[in-house]
Design a protein around this ligand. Structure first.
Ligand code: UD1
Length: 420
């Protein structure tokens, strides 16, 4: 297993480019199942989850592979689909459950292993299932697999109990080929959902209300192949902005989707960083001391839960006392004890963390428990005195493309080493 070794205390400078969005790429690549003909994707990040997605597509009878050497192009084509997504793959990537809708739409059958628990809470899939049932699918549970079938999918009114990103994506994918009109109310408005809807439209789907909480879909007979470029990753961009902030640096985050990061930019400004939207991206200057703040995660356009761990790391070194409240996922504070080992002063009470800024963090061996928790430990390591070793970075490799190379290019002292 690999680990990252960081010698902290160097302000980030220069520029870092943002890769394509993992969370947009996953459902969009999986939507290849819905399409007749080849799809050419650009700006697909080379990440572990994307390789898993391509593997899953291959097993389901849909060709999918990177095409251009070390580049970011993927070609996919559904050739002879089969309906079963095996446990071995699903257990490594919960988003695999998103194939239920497309398989039901194309084959009238789907057998997908239940994803099971996960480090950041129980994460059930009841909203996916309830919605697909409204479209006419029936489900059984068989030896750890969800088995779904339908004669055809028919449009329906679906009211989500709360905004769910994956649930909205599942129902969008299923409804584009359903007979008649589907209305999704209480839909998630995350930019990644909109990127999926935009992709489906380019393939010939009829979708209205993109970016709002009510999506109207008029089912079509078939979707056709196209070329599509995945949106930049707003969470990766936000992570680099915090990396600059925590090291007191000045950094241009190139291709940063600034219009989709308003809540994060506003919080960084509130804490005392200066940010500037430019044509090439977002420039951040954090050379003045930062102040503590109150952060509450909420669905888009609120503060993203996927930036909670990173802003919490930043707060450990800000002046004064702040709070971070997590409202989307239970059990998403696994980074707190690890940050504590580096000298952070954080008290946890249920879904709320009270953070008192300290003068200095100290490098230590720490362990990533999930993707964003891992990111927060790297950020803390960049600012800490001495050496930090972040172990279990396979979590980081799920969501950050070449993170150590990007940080190194902006002046960080960071390298990847084997655990032994
Ligand atoms: C997606 C993102 C993840 C992000 C999250 C919230 C991907 C691959 N992952 O996850 O990085 O943190 O959105 O922005 O895009 N829930 C249910 N029943 C359901 C579905 C969800 O109870 O059927 C709950 C979840 O447990 C969670 C909340 O709803 O508490 C939000 O989950 P959801 O928006 O669906 O997140 P994901 O799509 O899993």
């Amino acid at each position: 297993m690999d680990k990252l070794i960081i010698h902290g205390g160097r302000p980030l400078n220069g520029s870092i480019a943002v890769s394509g969005s993992k969370n947009a790429a996953l459902p969009i690549l999986l939507s290849s199942i819905l399409v007749d003909g080849p799809v050419h994707y650009a700006n697909v990040p080379r990440l572990r989850d994307i390789h898993t997605t391509n593997k899953l597509l291959n097993i389901l009878g849909c060709e999918a592979a990177f095409t251009d050497g070390d580049g970011n192009g993927v070609r996919a084509e559904a050739l002879s689909l089969v309906p079963e997504a095996p446990y071995d793959l699903v257990k490594t990537m919960r988003a695999s459950v998103l194939v239920l809708g497309p398989l039901l739409a194309r084959l009238g059958r789907a057998k997908v292993a239940l994803p099971g628990g996960c480090a950041i809470g129980a994460r059930p899939v009841d909203q996916h299932i309830k919605g697909l049932e409204k479209l006419g699918a029936r489900f059984d549970l068989d030896s750890g697999y969800i088995v779904g079938y339908c004669e055809e999918l028919r449009g329906a009114e679906i009211n989500f109990d709360f905004p769910t990103v994956g649930g909205t994506e599942s129902l969008l994918m299923a409804s584009v080929l359903a007979r008649g009109q589907t209305v999704l109310r209480g839909a998630a408005r995350e930019p990644e959902v909109s990127d999926l809807a935009n992709f489906l439209k380019v393939c010939g789907a009829k979708i209205e209300g993109i970016g709002t909480s009510t999506l109207r879909v008029e089912g079509v007979e078939a979707l056709h192949g196209c070329a599509y470029s995945i949106m930049p990753d707003r969470i990766e961009a936000g992570t680099f902005l915090v990396a600059a902030a925590i090291t007191g640096g000045k950094l241009l985050v190139r291709d940063c989707p600034a219009d989709k990061l308003d809540s994060v930019l506003a919080k960084l400004e509130e804490m005392g960083a200066v940010t500037e939207k430019r044509d090439e991206g977002v420039f951040i200057n954090a050379s003045s001391p930062l102040l503590a703040a109150q952060v509450v995660t909420s669905p888009y356009p609120g503060f993203p839960t996927d930036m909670q761990a990173q802003i919490l790391a930043l707060m450990t070194l800000a002046q004064g006392s702040g709070t971070v409240e997590e409202t989307i996922f239970e059990n998403r504070f696994m980074h707190v004890p690890e940050l504590g080992r580096m000298g952070a002063d954080i008290r946890l009470s249920g879904s709320r963390a009270v953070v008192r800024g300290v003068k200095q963090l100290t490098g230590a061996p720490v362990m990533a428990s999930d993707l964003r928790a891992g990111a927060s430990l790297v950020l803390a390591g960049l600012a800490a005195q001495g050496e930090t070793q972040v172990q279990r970075i396979y979590h980081l490799d799920r969501g950050y493309e070449q993170i150590e190379k990007k940080l190194l290019s902006a002046g960080a002292d960071i390298f990847r080493a084997k655990d032994n």
